[in-house]
Design a protein around this ligand. Structure first.
Ligand code: GAL
Length: 363
């Protein structure tokens, strides 16, 4: 039995196999935690989805039972989630109204790189699945962002669309990022959606947060009451700041986003942002990491994926992150760190090995 977290080490499941749930998310449901993540195979081949979303369960967060594949990729070549697609950052919520488990994920149809930028939705009657794939789409087609000024609420003409199409927007050149135009380009067909998180607020309202507009701008989008679709209310956050890997928590009535910069599998400097109202305004507060410069510059050699509120403990949150291994995807490691509060701001420092008693000391 394990009784602590050993960051960056092999994390064996109940079969002694390293946990295979990368870019994961957590759901606490009826006394247990369920960890959903990307199942990856060995080698560079593991950077595309060959199997699907794997799920593990635990009552103590240290010891994990393999519950198998929650959502399987398809063997139908016509399916947007055919084996060989890219399926990243799955997150699951339980909908108390419909009693269904709803999974959202970032989906890229096979052999088209990251151009598709789709959101996938799947649903299940039982927490571990099997999840049934419903659809994949670009969210918020035909809807203007709530915080877009009137002057920007118009579609672009052919000349401008052609000019944008000719620009290489893959991570840059950032100084020329067209920060007032991409959401207008994508108005009719729906907004690009890559790295993502889900958030369930205290009032039962759920939100989808995704890196949009060529990864340069985050969107925060309310979901319908059944959590299966966008509700038609969304905002743009930090246009042109290239926030990826969104993770979100609520503490002391305020919302906090911890995100990364945009450098692919390579780790970079995290950022924390805060808002009193989930629909903004959002304010960037800087780097949440504390410690030696080289460690805080690359988020302890990791990139965030989820912030877990620890059940039954006050002010206890775990920042969950991935240490990706692009050359051998299955060997990606996990870094989980306790969120500390310094002068009313959530911060993170390095703990090579730790256990949940840190939260009792903090209280
Ligand atoms: C990262 C992103 C990952 C994955 C990767 C691909 O920035 O957070 O989820 O998409 O890029 O290069």
């Amino acid at each position: 039995m394990k009784n602590c977290f050993q960051n960056g080490e092999i994390w064996p499941d109940d079969h002694g196999v390293h946990i295979n749930a990368h870019g994961g998310g957590m759901l606490w449901h009826e006394g247990a935690y369920y960890w959903f993540g990307e199942h990856k195979v060995a080698g560079e081949a593991g950077n595309v989805a060959k199997v699907g979303v794997q799920v593990y369960s635990s009552r103590d967060l240290y010891n994990w039972k393999d519950e198998g594949i929650a959502l399987a990729v398809s063997d139908d070549p016509q399916s947007p989630m055919v084996c060989g697609c890219i399926l990243e950052r799955p997150k699951v919520l339980f909908n108390a109204r419909t009693r269904k488990f709803v999974m959202w994920f970032h989906l890229e149809p096979k052999d088209n790189g990251y151009a598709g930028s789709l959101s996938g939705v799947a649903v299940a009657d039982k927490v571990c699945g099997p999840y049934q794939f419903l659809r994949a789409f670009r969210p918020n087609a035909g809807v203007w962002p709530m915080n877009a000024p009137g002057a920007e609420r118009n579609v672009l003409d052919e000349t401008e669309l052609a000019r944008l199409a000719a620009m290489d927007l893959n991570g840059g050149p950032r100084p020329f990022y067209p920060k007032h135009r991409l959401f207008r380009r994508d108005f009719a067909g729906g907004q690009m959606a890559r790295d993502m998180a889900l958030f369930l607020d205290d009032d039962g309202t759920a939100y989808h947060i995704y890196a949009s507009e060529g990864n340069g701008t985050l969107h925060l989008s309310q979901l319908t009451e059944d959590f299966l679709a966008p509700a038609g209310k969304y905002i743009r956050i930090f246009p042109g700041r290239f926030h990826e890997a969104p993770t979100i928590m609520k503490w002391g009535g305020k919302y906090y986003l911890i995100t990364s910069d945009c450098t692919g599998w390579a780790p970079n400097t995290a950022r924390i942002s805060a808002a009193e109202n989930i629909f903004g305004p959002w304010e960037e507060l800087g780097n949440p990491c504390l410690g030696p410069g080289d460690q805080v510059a690359n988020t302890f050699n990791s990139q965030g994926t989820f912030i877990l509120p620890v059940n039954g403990k006050k002010d206890a949150f775990i920042f969950m992150a991935d240490r990706w291994n692009e050359r051998d995807a299955i060997d990606g490691r996990y870094v989980w760190l306790p969120v500390e509060f310094h002068h009313g701001v959530p911060m993170i420092s390095w703990h090579g090995q730790w256990d949940l008693s840190v939260f009792d000391k903090q209280a």
